[in-house]
Design a protein around this ligand. Structure first.
Ligand code: TSX
Ligand code: MN
Length: 652
């Protein structure tokens, strides 16, 4: 029967499901409520929600079903329960802060096990060139996915409680928001979803009989387990699978409890499924921070910016500008949903309610506002702990009192920075992908409009990358089409996955490479089509690079709060100031138009130098990438943009 249900969930028709008497199904589960917790039962759910929940309960066979109300008391009960089970531990130095340590096999998103299922492969990914491995997502056929599900979900929640999480991505009731229902057998996921989304009964009221994104999650370890879980973190790495069925607005995730794989509102819904919904409905779901910036005259603008990992996106979103009289406020640090309003202005919301940020590198020096945010009500994952009951990670060396001892994320007691493994490798205190999960409302610089239901008006879109060579501090695209090309051609330095390989400059178009919900060629077509929107007043598009290095290998730009000098120039471009000059790659600041008052000496000539040989190679790399990965799905307009760039570089 479970198999039938899985199959039915893959087809549009739900008649098979509907033929079951939902009362009969309901009888098989204890529908109890925890004392002092939600009093809602499955019977209180609207028919279409109840049907989804019971379908998944019938499949996964949990011992009981619990409907989350999102209350403070519920959160406390769950945290207490996890503490008793040894899954989390209180960080006693702070108020309501917790530390979870995962099974070391479950520490990151797993791209190789993330798939999208559509009737045709080409709906999901471009047809790659012969003998090339595609890197723009992974397609799974309906038949294969049915088989995958049959091997995973039946009875996977035996002995566990199934939690039902009604959640809103975006302010509850906003016309830009969307609702999801996640069922999960992980209390860690419930507690984290309460931080990251708006969760609870109010969402169900707003949903009414409307559509919701279906989210199924299981850690994939029915009870009793054959072996006890590592770190009291049940998961099933061998069978991990994160599957998206965009036609059905459905996500099914198995085997991993780690954030990106299990907090389904974030990457799975707000980026992959939402980008597909956005294409269908004529808006944009992007991997972008949103910030508000006010100049000394009190004029405010909003900027949306896309950066690949390790570029300091959260740091920029929460930045304190060094330019006197300027103010930066945070709307969001990861995802932007953007839609034209009736005036043709692009308006953005942050669909999230919290920050799930990388911990290492975060400090009072790099991001004081993040440090202030995480002092209470925060769930930490895979960080180290101090003898004071505080958190610790690489990057906090200069900000910790002496005389403390440390326990590493892997439970090395008396950890110290010179500890080595048997094979001579450095032992880190915190996992490099360790996280804080913290309410956005606690950030001291949240924008007054961060929860506005109409969204904030976007004046500029910024793309960026970590580019040690050749790419100037900032440039503006000639027009919208060129701007879309700049997004498509994004690259960034990252540590290669393979060992012994140094740093490589990876292509990461729109910082969306792991998150496209449909064919990247069609995505480019959708971006290009924004120009045809009736009365569209499109934002200007820029590219920035905080990471250019001198020939001696030193960073040329001080970065962090000094980046406000670049944002100032961008704001004046938006206001139409004549402060740019044309180059082969775009419009760059005229000499002296970037405010360098009271800035340490900086080699502006080096920061804006455009070496011809570098750009010849860059054009080649972009061409090879487009040929291999996007192939015939590359819109002609983008191919034309590349040819035009090549021609301009030839004449440099
Ligand atoms: O986040 C960063 N930003 C954006 C800040 C708003 N980082 C950290 C990146 C890792 C996530 C940066 N690192 C930035 C930056 O603008 N720039 C750099 C490079 C850099 C690092 C250190 C110094 C200067 C530049 N200087 C000293 O350490 C003294
Ligand atoms: Mn992200």
């Amino acid at each position: 029967m479970s198999v039938v249900l899985v199959i039915s969930s893959l087809r549009r028709s739900t008649s098979v499901v509907k033929s079951f008497n939902s009362f009969q199904k309901l009888r098989r589960f204890t529908v109890t409520t925890h004392p002092a917790m939600s009093s809602m039962t499955v019977n209180d759910l609207r028919p279409h929600v109840k049907e989804y929940v019971l379908e998944k309960a019938e499949l996964c066979k949990p011992d009981s079903i619990y409907i989350c109300d999102g209350s403070e008391e519920e959160e406390q009960q769950l945290l207490k329960l996890m503490e008793e089970e040894g899954m989390i531990k209180r960080l006693t130095k702070y108020e309501n802060c917790w530390l979870a340590k995962t099974d070391p096999k479950d520490v990151a998103r797993v791209e190789s096990k993330t798939v999208i299922c559509t009737p045709n492969k080409r709906d999901t990914i471009p047809i790659v060139k012969e003998d090339v491995k595609g890197t723009l997502g992974q397609w799974r056929s309906q038949n294969e996915l049915q088989q995958d599900f049959r091997e995973r979900f039946p009875a996977c929640m035996k002995g566990r409680k199934m939690y039902v999480i009604p959640f809103s991505m975006g302010p509850v009731g906003s016309p830009l928001s969307k609702i999801g229902i996640q069922v999960t057998d992980s209390p860690y996921v419930v507690a984290s979803m309460r931080v990251m989304t708006r969760m609870g009964g109010k969402v169900l009221d707003t949903l009414g009989d409307g559509e919701f994104v279906k989210c199924l999650h299981s850690v994939g370890q029915p009870l009793p387990m054959e072996k006890p879980p590592v770190n009291n973190w049940p998961c099933n790495p061998a069978k991990t699978l994160i599957a998206h069925i965009p036609d059905q607005r459905e996500i099914c995730s198995f085997g991993s409890g780690y954030g990106g794989n299990s907090l389904l509102g974030k990457k799975c819904f707000a980026l992959r499924i939402a980008s597909r919904i956005a294409k269908d409905e004529g808006w944009l779901a992007e991997h972008m921070l949103i910030l508000g910036i006010t100049n000394p005259e009190g004029q405010k603008k909003y900027i949306a910016a896309a950066f690949p990992s390790a570029c300091g996106k959260t740091n920029l979103a929460m930045m304190n500008p060094t330019l006197p009289g300027w103010k930066v406020e945070c709307v969001g640090d990861d995802i932007a949903w953007m839609k034209f309003d009736s005036e043709g202005k692009l308006r953005a919301i942050n669909p999230e309610a919290g920050f799930f940020g990388v911990a290492p590198g975060t400090s009072m020096k790099t991001n004081p506002n993040a440090m202030l945010t995480i002092q209470k009500n925060t769930i930490f994952t895979n960080v180290a702990e101090t003898s004071e009951g505080g958190f610790w990670w690489e990057g906090l060396e200069d900000e910790t009192p002496s005389g403390l001892t440390y326990t590493s994320w892997l439970d090395h007691k008396n950890w110290h920075k010179d500890m080595l493994t048997d094979t001579g490798k450095k032992i880190l205190a915190a996992h490099p992908n360790s996280r804080f999960c913290t309410p956005a409302s606690q950030c001291p610089t949240m924008d007054p409009a961060w929860e506005s239901s109409e969204g904030v008006p976007i004046d500029a879109i910024v793309f960026g990358g970590r580019r040690p060579e050749g790419v100037p501090l900032v440039y503006e695209s000639f027009d919208w089409k060129h701007g879309v090309f700049v997004g498509a051609a994004m690259r960034s330095e990252s540590t290669a996955a393979a060992e012994h390989v140094g740093k490589v400059i990876m292509h990461d178009p729109f910082a969306m490479r792991p998150f496209f919900g449909y064919n990247f060629g069609d995505y480019l077509g959708h971006w290009l089509s924004m120009e045809n929107h009736q009365g569209a007043k499109l934002p200007k598009i820029f590219h920035v690079n905080w990471f250019r290095k001198s020939s001696e290998g030193k960073f040329l730009w001080p970065g962090f709060g000094e980046n406000s000098r670049v944002l100032d120039w961008i704001c004046r471009r938006v206001d139409g100031e004549d402060n740019s000059k044309k180059t082969p790659i775009g419009l760059v600041p005229t000499k002296g138009s970037i405010n360098t008052d009271n800035l340490e000496p900086v080699d502006m000539d080096a920061i804006f130098d455009l070496p011809k040989e570098f750009w010849e190679k860059e054009v080649q790399s972009i061409r090879t990438y487009f040929d291999e990965q996007v192939n015939r799905d590359l819109p002609e307009e983008i191919a034309n943009q590349l040819n035009a760039l090549e021609e301009r570089v030839r004449n440099m």
